[in-house]
Design a protein around this ligand. Sequence first.
Ligand code: UDX
Length: 458
Amino acid sequence: MRLAVIGCGYVGLVTGGCLAEAGHDVIATDTDAARIDTLNSGKLPIYEPGLEGVTERARRAGRLRFTSDSGEAVRFGDAIFICVGTPPLESGDADLSAIDNVARQIGAKAGSFKLVIEKSTVPAQTGEQLRRALAVYGRSGGAKFHVASNPEFLREGTAVGDFFHPERIVVGVEDAESEQQLREIYRPILEGQFHCPVHQPTCPAGPAPAFLVTTIASAELIKHASNSFLGLKISYANMLAELCERLGGNVEEVTQAMGLDPRIGPQFLNAGLGFGGFCLPKDIQAFLRLAERNGVDFGMLREVERVNKRRIDLFLEKVRRALWVLKDKEVGVLGLAFKPNTDDIRFAPGIEVVRRLLGEGAKVRASDPVAIARASTVLAGVDFFEDPYDVARGAEALLLLTEWKEYRQLDWARVHKEMARPLVLDARNMLPPAQMKALGFEYHSFGRPDLTSAPVFA
Ligand code: UDX
């Protein structure tokens, strides 16, 4: 099928690249001409494992093209995926101006019938507004439009695998024809008829994805409801960690046992520095505002946010307790991305920790496997090193802020030798406390007994 993708950000590139890899013909467009030039030169403006291979193969096979001419893309696609950003406004509401702008372009340039699919995360009722906007903006062109919602559940770092092996594909539609078109678009994924870029030679056996057909409003709600619930799970685990610290429990033992109950499940119960990134925090805010505007008090989500924000304060208290005065202390930081396997630092808790350390006069030396370039644009006054051992050299404390497996696998005996004071504060509960103690570290994490006898400045 001929598809257009509007917006070559994260979601647009994964969607366009993977649908082209699955056999469709895709033209993707973006208002940022420099971004299109980068894409046409074979480079990706984002880091996502596996995506470069996918887009490169599809480009070479002639199934994926990039253009800055939105009219070309709109005319080409029988179905058009809207993948533009919906960043938070000051109020917490999602900014939908980019969606409105896209509706204007589609309305003006379509020329023939189009299925217009919301892929961007939008609050419920956007589909309704979009349908009206297309009717208004397309008045003179005479083209007819159908609108559908098809939320993405892609996790940064594993998005390509998530696209080809989703648990569910949700399509919110108003008519049978749109449902049929969307089934056709996803047929290769539903039937496993694709060359999997993630698993070689064959994909592990697993159930086929569920194809859920809902109303547009339900589809829009499902995305916000899912991300808000994930945030709620994390904040719940973080509250347990706080309680374990007071009562001498071990949060890992508690959440492991809880997770074995299939009604609860083991994922997203890792206590630590809290959630960040461009999805969870903004989706929770937008969901809260949506509820508020519609007279529903979803207060528990405010609490989720509050607990999450407090994680950074609590961690800094731990740092202060261990180091006493921060001014002029050499503090090493490992991990800046909001989670592993991505260079995304938007709303990354680690970035906020570094800002606060700098604010208190600490001398920060930092590393991250892939996010240094991005971090250096927002953090002035930090010394960046590619090699984590260089960060440890001479440090009076080493802070683990992102759960990269590379850091788990460090030669910690060597790290111990490099440091001026062997103090590790692990904000992601990555390392075994007993082993760290055996190596001679003073070691602190969240919600687990420290097992440390080193002096602590209270
Ligand atoms: C999220 C959703 O998972 C995905 O389905 C949606 O489409 C987009 O938003 P993503 O933003 O890539 O994906 O990150 P995710 O893997 O959900 O992690 C979010 C944050 O939560 C990270 O900062 C991570 O470190 C933190 N986290 C995750 C925890 O603190 N504890 C956990 O147990 C799990």
